[in-house]
Design a binder for this molecule. Structure first.
Ligand code: FAD
Ligand code: NAD
Length: 463
């Protein structure tokens, strides 16, 4: 046995690295095992951060090409330098991953480089060396999922990882899956000039979000030039040297359609990643979807072994993983921790952004909750007009009797930032009246949130 620790975390994504830092802050001796060359996990290396770098860069391009003129700005010679854009993205990733390395050093966390294997309670093996720990926390995250019969070669048939590193702008792209990755990466390449077709099995994009928002999103993205084939499944994908042949079929069965695209992006979800971890041998139980089973304290069925992040149940989101990391470390230190899974915001970083928190109207109806809805469009907001971003709305759902805010759904400029206000209000159990009575600066997009709260009581001012 080589070194002994209070805590060994396996995986240095947002769940694992945040847990390691918090545990070290609380005085524990901590090691984090990571097999990637750089820290930060899926999120920093091939997920949130590189995708947002490309989304930001292409949004600026879009603005320069399509909005400057209407704002009285003449810009000529605006063109894409794809290698330059990729270099920018790589630089952003590099700065972030190096930042975590710095934080590990600052907090005296040992990075055990290599693949970790759980050898039962108390022992983790990394590249042939055993390390002991009173407490093992598995944070191995998730990996790309594919469909039966579709092989991702990351050349013609790519996952989100391949879609972040394409060397030329393809003329055509078929995106399988109208979820978050499909729309974010589809938007990136559409803005760069690719003809993007999104094939979605369900009858609407963005499953799980509020129905009204889903419809509005579909309408807006269509206007931006994305093509959608809803209620449709891809039944075969055959790549060759110059492109990919696809066959499509209506989800309910019917006539087959043939398509050809230069690139196919498979974005049909992600799977918990537990490959070669030794969990079966260690007796750790998994659920029917391959996720590690945990209790409210993130404990598995094996004493001393815990799990957090994408590898357990719940939304596969970086901030959810981070919260779990903090709470697990604090529980280990004897403190109490708490996460309200109803109050985890979700954001899609398209333009406009889409954001949600709490219950959807559909969920409230299904649960038989008596609620009131207040909605306000960005079109009626002075700041949104001044920004030239008037698509979308804010919708607030409140309990009909208590007036407590039960959910908020936004499609519009900076929706991902605006939702934070409602998250804070909901954390404190606020009512729609509380939101409406709070003074919001003028002229701001936040006024749309205030007006939606006023609309819950039928008294918006500006409409
Ligand atoms: P991960 O980030 O997956 O990290 C797990 C780490 O464990 C990996 O680095 C892996 O190499 C390592 N590992 C696995 N097995 C072993 C082993 N045996 N030994 C050593 N190391 C191991 N979420 C958001 O909230 N916002 C976004 O904008 C967003 N955008 C995304 C965009 C894309 C394209 C993708 C793919 C995902 C995005 N996500 C986003 C989801 C987000 O990346 C994940 O929810 C988050 O990374 C999960 O964190 P985690 O710590 O659980 O796991
Ligand atoms: P997703 O679950 O968001 O979307 C997958 C989509 O594929 C769904 O709409 C589903 O109906 C569709 N689909 C499934 N099988 C299909 C088939 N055979 N044919 C056509 N469509 C099919 O998954 P994703 O977009 O791959 O993202 C994976 C995870 O990563 C998500 O859980 C998400 O939370 C996370 N992520 C988050 C962000 C963000 O927070 N901004 C960004 C990217 C990824």
């Amino acid at each position: 046995m080589s070194e002994s620790y209070d805590v060994i975390v396996i995986g240095a994504g947002p769940g694992g690295y945040v847990c390691a830092i918090r545990a070290a802050q609380l005085g524990m001796k901590v090691a984090c095992v990571e097999k990637r060359e750089t820290l930060g996990g899926t999120c920093l290396n091939v997920g949130c951060i590189p995708s947002k770098a490309l989304l930001s860069a292409t949004e600026k391009l879009e603005t320069a090409q399509h909005q400057f003129a209407e704002m009285g700005i003449k810009a000529s010679g605006v063109e894409v330098d794809l290698p330059g854009m990729m270099k920018f993205k790589d630089g952003v990733v590099d700065a972030n991953t190096k930042g975590i390395e710095f934080l590990f050093k600052k907090n005296k966390i040992d990075w055990l480089k290599g693949a970790g294997v759980v050898k039962g309670a108390g022992t983790v093996e990394v590249d042939g060396t055993d390390y002991s720990a009173k407490h093992i926390i598995i944070a191995t995250g998730s990996d790309v999922a594919s469909l039966p019969g579709i092989e991702i070669d990351e050349k013609r048939v790519v996952s989100s990882t391949g879609a972040l590193v394409l060397e030329k702008v393809p003329e055509t792209m078929v995106v399988i899956g109208g979820g978050v990755i499909g729309l974010e990466m589809g938007s990136v390449w559409a803005r760069l000039g690719t003809k993007v077709t999104v094939v979605e099995f369900l009858d609407q994009i963005l499953p799980g979000m509020d129905e009204e928002v889903r419809k509005e999103a579909n309408k807006i993205f269509k206007k931006q030039g994305l093509e959608f084939k809803l209620s449709t499944k891809v039944t075969s994908v055959t790549p060759d040297d110059s492109g990919v042949d696809l066959t499509l079929e209506p989800a309910a069965g019917g006539d087959v359609e043939n398509m050809r695209a230069e690139i196919v992006l498979v974005a049909v979800g992600r799977r918990p990643y537990t490959d070669n971890l030794g969990l079966a041998e260690a007796g750790v139980e998994m659920d029917e979807r391959g996720r590690i089973k945990t209790d409210a304290h993130f404990k598995t069925n094996v004493d001393g072994i815990y799990a957090i992040g994408d590898v357990i149940a719940g939304p596969m989101l970086a901030h959810k993983a981070e919260e779990e990391g903090v709470v697990r470390a604090e529980m280990r230190a004897g403190q109490s921790g708490h996460i309200d899974y109803n109050l985890i915001p979700g954001v899609v970083y398209t333009h406009p952004e889409v954001a949600n928190i709490g219950k959807t109207e559909e969920q409230l109806k299904e649960e038989g909750v008596d609620y009131k809805a207040g909605k306000f469009p960005f079109m009626a907001n002075g700041r949104a007009r001044a920004m030239g971003c008037t698509d979308g709305f804010v919708k607030i759902l409140a309990d009909a009797k208590s007036d407590r805010v039960l959910g908020c759904h936004i499609i519009g400029p900076e929706a991902g930032t605006l939702i934070a206000e409602i998250a804070a209000f909901m954390e404190f159990g606020a009512t729609a009246e509380d939101v409406a009575r709070t003074c919001h600066a003028h002229p701001t997009l936040e006024e749309v949130v205030k007006e939606a709260a006023l609309a819950v009581h039928g008294r918006p001012i500006h409409i």
